[in-house]
Write a protein that binds this ligand. Structure first.
Ligand SMILES: C=C(O[C@@H]1C=C(C(=O)O)C=C[C@H]1O)C(=O)O
Length: 363
């Protein structure tokens, strides 16, 4: 057989497989539409029907990865299914997702990674605005950054939970690559704009390469890129997406000090999430600033044999020297082992608040 004949045969096979895949995807979409009808049928009058089910989506993605035989890698296959589910859910209900904008931020990338491309993403100017959009019902869900492996916690996000009744219904992590972006025509760089977190994540690189250039913190990396595209002698530290959006050139790529630089984002919504089988729970516990306070808060976890995944301390706004602990731990609020732990915590805490139980990030 000639090369042309062999290719022709294989391409016929691909065409036939594509047709089957397409038919199957539409059968799946049809099932999702029926799922929507069932959800509506069993809703009580006036009840808000919840179409998006993070626990089910996490289970679907985990199954895809478990049964995957290759040659496509598990994660690549899961990303394909992420998009299929996104389109299926859009047939049930087109979701509105508020994120910390503007367009081109890492938070927008995190939103797309978590929900897929079939949602309507709306950029907000602040973390408080993301909370407000979801609280008011203008958006179904919100996406906000919460911690970075190099720079630590995003305090605005944690503090927003003090006054909010929103629930955490998911988490997503993103590897963060920063680039130094400049305009196409080379000008000497006199100012570098970026978000304070990103300036911190590239501190060593900046000290080595631009020790005497002014670093200016702005509200987001995308805003930094916008300024660099407009002003003379300015550069920005931002993502590849921001470079494309503002037509900037990548002068130096991957300038983050730590190669494993990762940011974790939270998905916030108005409903609680049921167990997915591999979940995390976040709570807020406040205590008096007295000797042994942290020990008292941690002891119930040790007793219950529950692993903490994170603990952050913030000063409480009520009472000058009281502290609030933001604690993430493994398990779901409905797990049998959690109830006695919470009873013990309530005994030692001044205040206790559930922030949500949610599936651990799959992708
Ligand atoms: C189909 C459902 O609704 C949505 C779509 C899903 C999917 O396409 O698999 C999964 C969960 C929901 O977000 C469902 O609840 O099963």
């Amino acid at each position: 057989m000639s090369e042309a004949q062999e290719l022709d045969q294989l391409r016929q096979q691909i065409d036939s497989l594509d047709q089957q895949i397409q038919d199957l995807i539409n059968q799946r979409a049809n099932c999702a539409q029926q799922v929507a009808e069932v959800k509506q049928k069993y809703a009580s009058p006036g009840e808000l029907v919840v179409f998006y089910r993070p626990e089910r989506e996490a289970q679907v993605l985990r199954k895809v990865m478990e049964r995957n035989q290759g040659p496509l890698p598990d994660e690549a296959m899961a990303r394909l299914f992420r998009e299929i589910m996104s389109q299926c859910l859009a047939l049930e209900e087109p979701l509105q997702v508020a994120y910390l904008g503007p367009e081109g931020t890492f938070t927008q990338q995190a939103a797309v990674k978590h929900f897929g491309h079939a949602v309507q993403c709306r950029g907000q100017v602040s973390i408080a605005d993301v909370f407000r959009e979801v609280e008011s019902g203008a958006a179904n869900y919100g996406v906000v950054p919460v911690e970075n492996s190099t720079e630590g916690v995003v305090t605005h996000t944690l503090d927003s939970f003090f006054d909010s009744n929103l629930q955490i219904c998911g988490e997503v992590t993103l590897r963060i690559h920063h680039h130094l972006l400049v305009k196409a025509d080379a000008e000497p760089v006199e100012r570098i704009y970026s978000h304070a977190q990103s300036l911190g994540q590239c501190r060593r690189w900046l000290d080595q390469n631009y020790p005497n250039v002014e670093r200016i913190a702005v509200s987001s990396n995308a805003e930094a890129a916008r300024r660099a595209s407009k002003e003379a002698n300015a550069a920005a530290i931002a993502s590849e997406a921001a470079a494309e959006l503002y037509q900037l050139r990548i002068q130096a790529a991957n300038i983050e000090d730590r190669p494993d630089n990762t940011t974790r984002f939270l998905i916030i919504g108005r409903q609680a999430t049921t167990p997915s089988g591999d979940d995390k729970t976040s709570v807020l516990v406040s205590s008096r600033n007295q000797p042994g306070a942290l020990y008292q808060v941690l002891e119930p976890f040790h007793k219950a044999g529950i692993s903490l995944t994170r603990i952050e301390t913030r000063p409480a706004r009520s009472g000058t020297w009281n502290y609030v602990f933001f604690i993430d731990f493994e398990g779901h609020r409905h797990d049998a082992s959690i109830a006695p732990l919470i009873d013990d915590l309530r005994d030692v805490a001044l205040d206790f608040k559930w922030l949500g139980s949610y599936p651990k990030a799959v992708l």
